[in-house]
Design a protein around this ligand. Structure first.
Ligand code: SF4
Length: 571
């Protein structure tokens, strides 16, 4: 049975200690990535913690496949109590971090406490060093990378970093790696900001030995290399026009479902600006999108489809260069493009200013810096849920998280998925959009879809634990995933279900219940469908899970402050 290898490294920023603790049983049970991080977060973050307080804990975790040379595995997962949703949130990023992280000889990083000055933590296989960096206050993500390159000789692939938005506690600030890849959703950048942690670097040669089954590992790699999918040329933007034709591209802050200028910001427009190939570590699929516009001089990576929606159709903006500029701004300042774009779209609606790209950029920048006395920036930094009343617009969020594209008013199974997802209105959690777009199931209606939704949620939880890229499902099939991990597929689904159950239980203990599984719009039979979902999951009618179904696995690990059972890492 394959699982991540190596101890948990806890950084306590209050007293600047680093503690390595063996967690072999947890790794064996939950594989790695999101599964392990969720188990730890559930047991170690107090149920009444303030998301922006020192008692919150952030987890960065690898899975076993990060030790392979197979395509689709250049990914890492982060988990914490989210300042945006006030529940547990896991988020996933690509890039080149995973191999550097493994080189430091750990499976999971835990960050707790809070420093009294801005720090970078440098993690190697030999120990941890805390570097005070007050001069990097409000530095952009590339400026931090520059500092790390100059002082340590490391690249952006060695780092996780926050920008000004994280430091200024914007509730949708993200954590960046490789300068352009985002642990995007849920505001985990603000969690690091609340701890005064500007960056963490990883370096070392302690990669654990692990044997990856071949086949299928090399088959996956070969197929990724030889595939001629459109996505390899256009990334996720390749579907923009198809989605628009399906009337599921939210436009002008959800006033419409179809954008007349979709072709100007879709796959062909992005491909025209693409100037080279780019990938994540080891990935022969190489779907990333370095783009450049010679006339304006703007250079960025992306935009991906969700940014095309959030800073394009949702704001009524139909020029790809404007979307590229917004994408670069968010990467540089460290903000989730979906939540930032939708929040700015809500503002544009309140000002009757759809299509004003310059205003959109100005407001985006103001949100990240939250200058003293800038009341608008403070208002929007909380996201749509906290700002909508003052703006006089509808609250297009679930559990406080702004919607991804793929309109649930048209794709009803996806709408159901948005309603019940523990993370909020995110498309990667359940992913009912794929069978609905493909015509495998009728997009119309919600009844009878819960059993597929549960299966997909469980599958995605395992995918995020292994960790495999979300775009790999045609290559890392269910059977292959089971072979790679050395467990039956049903067993894997069961582990995924346990992860989802822990998320829900944590959120229940913070007071979330049926009232939080609500959409801001009507779709057919949604109440009955939610009850079907609860029945599938064995939840009570009020959306809660009985506590006796959750057994603690990480309550005896010590506090990560050098006490308890843990052994100090650095003497
Ligand atoms: S498919 Fe694309 S996003 Fe996924 S790992 Fe490969 S290059 Fe990265």
């Amino acid at each position: 049975m394959l699982h991540a290898e190596g101890p948990l490294l806890t950084l306590n920023l209050t007293d600047r200690t680093a503690t390595r603790t063996p967690i072999d049983d947890i790794l064996e049970r939950y594989v790695g990535g999101r599964g392990v991080a969720t188990a730890l977060a559930h047991d170690r973050i107090p149920f009444d913690a303030d998301p922006l307080g020192p008692e919150n804990r952030a987890y960065l975790a690898a899975g076993p496949l990060q030790l392979s040379t197979t395509s689709f595995t250049g990914r890492m997962s982060m988990t914490a109590l989210s300042p945006l949703t006030d529940g547990l949130a896991s988020t996933n990023a690509g890039g080149y971090l995973s191999r550097e992280f493994a080189g430091a000889g750990i499976s999971t990083l835990e960050i707790t406490g809070a420093s009294d000055e801005l720090l970078i933590a440098h993690v190697t296989d030999e120990g941890v060093e805390f570097e005070p960096v007050p001069h990097l206050a409000e530095a952009t993500v590339p400026e931090v990378s520059e500092h790390v390159a100059e002082t340590r000789g490391l690249g952006p692939e060695n780092c996780i970093t926050i920008g000004p938005a994280g430091e200024n506690l914007v509730r949708f600030a993200c954590v960046m790696t490789y300068d352009s890849r985002a642990f995007g959703r849920g505001g985990l950048g603000a969690v690091l900001g609340s701890k005064n942690l500007k960056a963490v670097t990883f370096d070392g040669d302690a990669h654990p030995e692990i044997e990856i089954p071949d086949p299928p590992a090399m088959d996956v790699h070969r197929e990724a290399a030889t595939s001629d999918d459109r996505m390899k040329r256009q990334g996720t933007t390749g579907g923009t026009e198809f989605i628009n034709e399906n009337f599921s591209l939210p436009t002008r802050y959800f006033d419409e479902y179809h954008f007349e200028s979709a072709a100007s910001i879709g796959g062909d427009a992005v491909e025209e600006k693409k100037y080279k190939k780019e990938a994540c570590s080891q990935c022969a699929y190489a779907c990333k999108l370095p783009t450049r516009d010679e006339e304006s001089g703007i250079e960025t990576e992306g935009p991906e489809f969700e940014t095309v929606y959030a800073f394009g159709s949702c704001q009524g903006i139909g020029d790809i260069v404007d979307v590229m500029k917004a994408n670069e701004l968010c990467d540089t300042l460290g903000m989730d493009t979906i939540s930032a774009g939708v929040t700015v779209a809500a503002y544009l609606k309140s000002e009757d200013a759809f299509g004003d790209a310059e205003l959109a950029r100005e407001v985006t920048e103001r949100i990240a810096y939250r200058a003293e006395g800038d009341e608008l920036a403070d208002l929007l930094a909380g996201g749509v849920h906290r700002a909508h009343e003052d703006l006089g617009v509808d609250d297009y969020t679930v559990k406080g998280m702004e919607f991804a594209a793929h309109d649930g008013r048209v794709l009803h199974g996806q709408g159901l998925s948005y309603a019940v997802a523990n993370r909020g209105a995110d498309h990667m959690y359940g992913g009912m959009l794929s069978p609905e777009y493909a015509g495998e199931i009728d997009p119309e209606g919600t009844l009878g879809k819960s059993s597929l939704l549960v299966r997909k949620e469980n599958r995605n939880a395992i995918r995020d634990s292994a960790i495999v890229c979300a775009f790999a499902s045609d290559y890392v099939t269910d059977d292959r995933l089971a072979t790679l991990l050395g467990r039956s597929y049903d067993e894997l689904l069961e582990i995924g279900a346990e992860t989802i159950a822990r998320e829900r239980h944590f959120n229940n203990r913070r007071g979330k219940d049926r009232g939080d599984d609500e959409l801001p719009y009507e779709i057919p039979d949604v109440n009955e469908a939610i009850q079907e979902y609860y029945d599938e999951r064995g939840l009570r009618e009020d959306g809660t899970i009985p506590s006796d179904r959750i057994d603690p696995v990480a309550t005896d690990l010590g506090d990560g402050d050098g006490s308890g059972d843990a052994a100090p890492a650095d003497d």
